[in-house]
Design a protein around this ligand. Structure first.
Ligand code: AMP
Length: 425
């Protein structure tokens, strides 16, 4: 019979790998807590209309990459990104009326029907956050600085921080006009995709991957030339704050990112290019001051970002995998098994993670398994220990072994686990 396999582009994360995932998730949660963010969880499935309205109809995500289906007359979609659902929740629960500023973060799976390759999957995990009610630019700078530090904490090298501003609606309208005027006489030279975008969303031509398009837009007018004064001030203050914080960044005037909803501040971070594809970003984000009103809420400024967890894993070195258990309980012979179960239960009550191996293995095999689980201490219980109501406590780091009474042994194990583990593999 043919084995059943996982869906293409959707991966299992086995327990051997989970330590690295949890390390990154914990570092992220810590960073979020230090910056006053609280976690939000929204559904994996939303109405298709939400993404069309929030992300924009003429985006790659909405045009080509959504997993959509009809169910009992409703058009539904597996979320391709987190911002739309979180913004929907913010509006639906009228959160603006309860608190002037909300700092929320999320983690979880996203789904896009893209061509799978290294760092690009059909189910992937994002770490993301949103700030509602703060027009920036101070919080924009704080977010960018926090993310640069987060990537540094994960040991990701060669981090490149790109920032830009798309301006507000006035600037964008003016720029669209300038860009269309510039590109229209050259339209026949553009790639077919960009020819189509010239009519639907001309700004997207700026981040076209086609070398011909890139050469054409290299001389196009810059967004920064047509900034509205308030947009110019916003961007200038963002730069001032970033400089004060000492965050290295580079202005990339052609950075627009694929989603339609961005206004003003926009950023992307890349790193570890030797491990990821050159075009692959680790994270990206920006301001989307119009979305809350577009979704039927009041006018509330907003900024957010999302990082790809798998890409962080590929890019980061030295993320330790944690031991499975602290203590390994090894009964020798069937008589000692109940005694071992009882002792293990007492250890767990003291907060010690332990595993009992009651398969009747030899002491040598038991010790080999204790090592492979990363245990620091082995508790050996044989027939003579059972008779004398004692246990053997073996320290796999210090290599000592003690024969102790039960109560003393419980105490000794806890003490050994508290001691520094330097030198332990
Ligand atoms: P986006 O929501 O497109 O701005 O993407 C934000 C981040 O999510 C990217 O920088 C990637 O790290 C990650 N990402 C986006 N699409 C994928 C994908 N198909 N597979 C893995 N990671 C992805």
């Amino acid at each position: 019979m043919n084995p059943i396999r996982a869906v293409k582009g959707m991966n299992d994360v086995l327990p051997d790998e989970i330590g690295r995932w949890q390390h990154i998730e914990a570092a992220f949660a810590r960073s979020m807590r230090l910056h006053g963010f609280r976690e939000v969880r929204t559904p994996y499935v939303e109405t298709t209309g939400l993404f069309v309205r929030a992300i924009g109809e003429v985006t790659d995500v909405v045009e080509k990459e959504m997993y959509s289906f009809a169910h009992h007359g409703e058009e539904l979609t597996l979320r391709p990104e987190g911002t739309a659902g979180v913004a929907r929740a913010y509006v639906e629960h009228a959160v603006h009326a309860k608190e002037p500023v909300s700092r929320w973060y999320y983690t979880g799976a996203m789904f896009r029907a893209e061509r799978p390759q290294r760092g690009r999957y059909r189910q992937f995990y994002q770490l993301g956050a949103e700030i509602y009610g703060d027009p920036g630019p101070a919080c924009d700078a704080e977010l960018i600085d926090m993310l640069a530090a987060f990537l540094g904490d994960l040991g990701i090298g060669d981090v490149e921080v790109l920032v830009n501003s798309l301006g507000g609606p006035l600037t964008r309208a003016r720029y669209k006009e300038a860009l269309v005027t510039y590109l229209t006489p050259r339209a026949s030279e553009l790639s077919p995709d960009s020819q189509r975008r010239l009519l639907t969303s001309p700004l997207r031509i700026l981040d076209s991957k086609s070398p011909i398009d890139q050469a054409l837009v290299a001389d196009a007018p810059s967004l920064h030339d047509v900034f509205d004064p308030s947009d110019r001030d916003h961007f200038a203050s963002l730069e001032r704050h970033l400089q004060a914080l000492g965050t290295p960044y580079r202005i990339e005037p052609r950075l627009v990112r694929g989603l339609d909803y961005y206004t003003r501040t926009l950023f992307e971070m890349k790193g570890a290019k030797n491990k990821l594809g050159a075009g692959d970003t680790l994270l990206g984000g920006g301001r989307y001051d119009g979305m809350i009103a577009d979704l039927g809420g009041p006018v509330v400024p907003a900024i957010g970002f999302a990082a790809g967890l798998e890409r962080l894993l590929i890019a980061s070195d030295n993320v330790p995998s944690s031991p499975t258990v602290d203590t390994f309980v090894a009964p020798l012979g069937q008589e000692a098994v109940s005694y071992a179960l009882l002792f293990a239960r007492d250890l767990r009550r003291l907060g010690v993670a332990c595993e009992v191996d009651a398969r009747g293995l030899s002491l040598k095999s038991l010790l080999r398994r204790a090592n492979s689980l990363g245990a620091r201490v082995v508790v050996i219980l044989g027939e003579s220990e059972l008779r004398d109501e004692v246990v053997q406590v073996k320290d796999l780091v210090g290599h000592g072994q003690q024969r102790l009474r039960r109560e003393e042994a419980l105490h000794a194990v806890s003490e050994l686990l508290r001691a520094p583990t330097a030198g332990h593999p």
